[in-house]
Design a binder for this molecule. Structure first.
Ligand code: PEP
Length: 248
């Protein structure tokens, strides 16, 4: 049985002062939270968050990792560097990186490989655009994205986390219905099962405007193992409500 995993993606938000107050509110509300919880923070704040979260049950995550080990890649951060901050999770292939930084399926798969080699769990983001959904291409798109990651990481594919994030739901206030999410998660689960005997270990998160108002029904779906939460993870009370729902 997979325990639920709830991950906050802070994106490019925060400051030293705001982070300290958000974390202090979160830590004060963690009694009774039994699900797994993590926050993926901007690289600049990894040291601060490592310190703030030390000894707590909230784990630390990064938002990206280089596909290279070290060398002349100005501005990039390697998996080994993330290791220095005891990073447990790393988002790879977020749609904002695929879109604004032209990240390809092959690059995303290589990033997942680097993270795994450093003992960091990649949270591999997949999802279709509105145009792709309307053209009936949803399954083909997410299967193609996952196939690249399976191809590069076949032997340890059960160590990844997958996040299904329809692009039309990210930051828009539109959420996939529980049925839409379950349908896609089941497709991804079947693809993982065909690749690995241990696929049942893989947590498949839903992401896209998840809030305290929509989380309970999404989390009740058999193949929805948690959430990747952007905007709503920046409000302590909202994130804590979702953690409580995932702990039931
Ligand atoms: C995300 O950034 O992964 C995300 C799902 O954002 P939001 O919850 O704001 O839609």
């Amino acid at each position: 049985m997979r325990s639920k995993l709830m991950v906050g993606n802070w994106k490019m938000n925060g400051s030293l002062a705001d982070n300290a107050s958000l974390v202090s509110e979160l830590l004060a509300g963690m009694a009774g939270v039994h699900c797994r919880a993590a926050v993926c923070v901007p690289t600049a704040y990894l040291a601060q968050l490592q310190n703030l979260l030390s000894g707590s049950s909230i784990e630390l995550g990064a938002q990206d990792v280089s596909a290279h080990d070290f060398g002349p890649y100005t501005g990039e951060v390697s998996a080994r560097m993330l290791q220095d901050f005891a990073v447990r999770y790393c988002i790879v292939g977020h749609s904002e990186r695929r879109m604004h930084h032209a990240e390809s399926d092959v690059l995303v798969a290589a990033k997942a490989q680097r993270a795994l080699a450093a003992g960091i769990t990649p949270i591999v983001c997949l999802g279709e655009s509105l145009a792709e959904r309307e053209a009936g291409q949803t399954e083909a798109v997410v299967k193609r994205q996952l196939a690249a990651v399976i191809h590069a990481n076949g032997h340890c594919i059960s160590e990844i986390v997958v996040a299904y994030e329809p692009l039309w739901a990210i930051g828009t206030g539109l959420t996939a219905t529980p049925d839409q999410a379950q349908q896609l998660h089941a497709v991804l689960r079947a693809q993982l099962q065909a690749a690995s005997a241990h696929a049942d270990r893989v947590s498949i998160l839903y992401g896209g405007s998840m809030t305290a108002a929509t989380a309970a029904q999404l989390l009740a779906q058999p193949d929805v193992d948690g959430g990747l939460i952007g905007g709503a993870a920046l409000k302590a009370s909202e994130f804590l409500s979702m953690l409580a729902m995932a702990s039931r």
